[in-house]
Structures are given as structure tokens and as C-alpha cells.
Design a protein around this ligand. Structure first.
Ligand SMILES: Cc1cc2nc3c(=O)[nH]c(=O)nc-3n(C[C@H](O)[C@H](O)[C@H](O)COP(=O)(O)O)c2cc1C
Length: 202
């Protein structure tokens, strides 16, 4: 399957086909928990200009708006990084499709409470629990006994104040298809909502 599409891309020399396939793979990964691209690696830069990396779950991808969303704790260090420098990278690799997707984006915390509460209510109770951890993520502790959670109540809103959703406005997407004949690499820059692509030597 992956070989077939890669051959089609090679034969057609079509930047559009290469992109369309990659975007569809990313879109499908939002709902598929076992999909490789359901997990993306997020890179931020801190106030000392040092890079930091960690995995985040891909929660939404809009092909129309060229935005990606992930969820996190407001108290986490990635939020401090993003407030300091909105420029981020996201990278993932779909093993079956032999496709790496690398994204440059600007990240913003969604402020609209209605949107946040809507996302919160649709989350699994288990996912909400992380946000009820009493101390801040990243705090140093003497013992694992200090990992405590605030009690939930019937409002199911305990922890909501720690929750945030980050919208990433895509600036560019780079794709790399691995192939035995020759790898295929292209970069697409977002120019007013249109992804303009060019082939690159892999
Ligand atoms: C499979 C997996 C999925 C994860 N998903 C998220 C996520 O969606 N959001 C998040 O904030 N952290 C997620 N984490 C935890 C982060 O990778 C990281 O450890 C944590 O958020 C602290 O990062 P920070 O201190 O750099 O902010 C995930 C970790 C793993 C292993």
C-alpha cells in the first residue's frame, strides 16, 4: 500500500498527491489511538534558548485552517516555553506508510472558555484526572507519596483550571517518504492558507 502510493507519487511527480496523502494520514490519526501519527513529538525553545522535547497526543487537525491542537496542563514547562517563544516543531513518523511529517508552527493557548469547556466535557474521565494532580507537573518531590490528586465532585470541573488546549498554526510542512529506489522529500510553505510545495533532495 505504502509502496503503491509512493510509486504513484514518483510517476506523477505530483507535489499535490504527495501532500494530499500525508495530510489525509494525519487527519485519520486524530481518531485512531493506535496510529503512529496519533502521537507527535513537540519541540519548544525555553527562555535560555535551549530546546525541549516531549510526546503529545494529536487531538485535532484541520486541513481547511491548517491548525493542529493538543491538550496540556497550564502549569507544565511546555506552556512556559510557548509563552516565551511561540515557534514550535511537531514531528511524527508513520511506520506503515514510511512517512515522516515535520511541521513548523506558531502555538497559542486557546482562551475561549466555551471551546475549552466543550473539549473538557468530551474528554474521558481518566484523561481529566491528570489535571487534578495537586502539585504542578515538573515540581520536585521527596517521595512518590506526594503525588496527590484533588477530589473530583459532581461538577466534574475540578482540574479544569489547569487544563488548556494549544492551537498550532502551521507555517510549513515537510514530508519524507522512505523508499528503496529513492526517498521522496518535499516542503510546503503556508502562504495565506495555501501550501506551496517544492521538492527537496532527500
Ligand atoms: C504516549 C504519551 C502521550 C502523551 N501525551 C501528552 C499530551 O497529550 N499532553 C501533554 O501535555 N503531555 C503528554 N505526555 C507527557 C509529555 O510527554 C511530558 O512528559 C509532560 O507533558 C511534561 O512535559 P513538559 O515538562 O516538557 O511540559 C504524553 C506522554 C506520552 C508517553
Amino acid at each position: 500500500m505504502s509502496i503503491e502510493i509512493i510509486e504513484k507519487i514518483r510517476e506523477s511527480d505530483s507535489l499535490e498527491l504527495a501532500l494530499e496523502n500525508a495530510l489525509n494520514k494525519l487527519k485519520r490519526a486524530v481518531k485512531k489511538r493506535n496510529d503512529d501519527l496519533h502521537l507527535l513529538n513537540l519541540v519548544t525553545v525555553d527562555n535560555k534558548n535551549e530546546p525541549n522535547t516531549r510526546n503529545v497526543v494529536l487531538r485535532d487537525f484541520s486541513i481547511e485552517n491548517l491548525t493542529i491542537r493538543f491538550h496540556t496542563d497550564k502549569r507544565s514547562s511546555k506552556i512556559k516555553d510557548i509563552k516565551n517563544n511561540k515557534a514550535i516543531c511537531l514531528i511524527g513518523y508513520d511506520k506503515k506508510a514510511k512517512l515522516q511529517i515535520r511541521i513548523d508552527a506558531d502555538a497559542f493557548a486557546i482562551e475561549d472558555q466555551e471551546i475549552l469547556i466543550d473539549i473538557w466535557k468530551k474528554m474521558y474521565p481518566m484523561s481529566r484526572e491528570c489535571y487534578r494532580v495537586s502539585k504542578s507537573p515538573g515540581d520536585k518531590i521527596e517521595s512518590l507519596d506526594e503525588v496527590k490528586f484533588d477530589e473530583d465532585n459532581e461538577s466534574n470541573l475540578i482540574g479544569f483550571n489547569n487544563f488548556t488546549a494549544i492551537q498550532c498554526d502551521i507555517k510549513s510542512i515537510e514530508i519524507l517518504y522512505l523508499n528503496h529506489k529513492a526517498n521522496i522529500r518535499a516542503k510546503y510553505n503556508n502562504s495565506n492558507g495555501i501550501l506551496n510545495g517544492e521538492w527537496i533532495i532527500p
